[in-house]
Design a protein around this ligand. Structure first.
Ligand SMILES: [Zn+2]
Length: 268
């Protein structure tokens, strides 16, 4: 699933391509992809509108439009936004832009979602803080953790707790901080909390620098792959040796998701 570094990379790639271009046509091939308004109103509201820019909030992309509204996209498990990607399967929607360009929303698992809204907060208003912005201070993180008895990894995946982290980067951050994914959030020491706060920022920044992780379907808007998965230390590495102690990486199930960790380095 695309996480903060993947969505940030897509935003940075698309911004210079789409900014300033007028939307000439919209084709929705999977009606269920449009969450609001009804697909017909969605298309009518976009055609003739001009894209002003693109921002990211958590794992959402927000395209600001000339009429003040926002086109919001969530890629969910397998969504990809391809620039001029015409001949690909599994297309959910296609947006024609001036200059004979086309933005294609490809989505194998068909879970991705689109909105056209006047107020972005109706979609993204409930998200937690952005981990790479100054608002995500150590004090605020400590305050949010200390009342919670949930496993620390479950909290990191909760988008209301913190926006943008998913399975891969949560596993990497917990490994870097040497914390077991099932450790209770409120049991973290001051030093452990500081280490995790630092690790979250570092793994996300590294992911962005390497243009995201193409472990499965994630692609850049030009169809290229990211390189962040090439430096993963535990995520998607079950059975491979821990880079610190050579113990085989384990995978456990946590609330229906896989959690990868080193049973020797990451103590509970
Ligand atoms: Zn280890």
């Amino acid at each position: 699933m695309p996480e903060l570094p993947e969505v940030e990379t897509i935003k940075e790639g698309l911004r210079p391509l789409v900014a300033g271009r007028r939307i000439l046509g919209v084709e929705v091939l999977r009606a269920g992809a449009v969450k609001a308004p009804p697909a017909e109103d969605f298309c009518r509201g976009l055609v003739g509108n001009r894209v002003l820019g693109v921002e990211r909030r958590g794992k959402y992309l927000l395209f600001s439009l000339e009429d003040g509204r926002f086109l919001i996209v969530h890629l969910k498990m397998t969504g990809v936004l391809l620039w001029d990607g015409e001949d690909v399967p599994y297309i959910s929607a296609r947006i024609a832009l001036e200059g004979s360009h086309c933005l294609v929303f490809q989505d194998r698992r068909r879970l991705g979602a689109l909105w056209l809204v006047a107020d972005p907060n109706t979609v993204v208003g409930g998200l937690g803080p952005e981990p790479l912005r100054p608002e995500f201070t150590l004090e605020a993180f400590r305050e949010r953790l200390k009342k919670r008895s949930a496993p620390v990894k479950a909290l990191l995946l909760d988008q209301h707790f913190l926006a943008g982290l998913g399975n891969m980067y949560a596993d990497e951050a917990l490994f870097q901080a040497r914390l077991h994914p099932l450790k209770k959030a409120k049991a973290l020491s001051q030093a452990e909390t500081a280490g995790l706060h630092r690790a979250i920022k570092e793994v996300l920044s590294r992911g962005i620098a390497l243009k995201g992780a193409s472990v499965d379907t994630y692609r850049l808007p030009d169809g290229g792959r990211g390189g962040a998965h090439l430096v993963f230390q535990v995520a998607h590495r079950r059975g491979l040796p821990c880079p610190i102690c050579s113990t085989p990486i384990q995978r456990i199930s946590l609330r229906g998701r896989g959690a990868y960790f080193c049973p020797s380095c990451q103590n509970r």
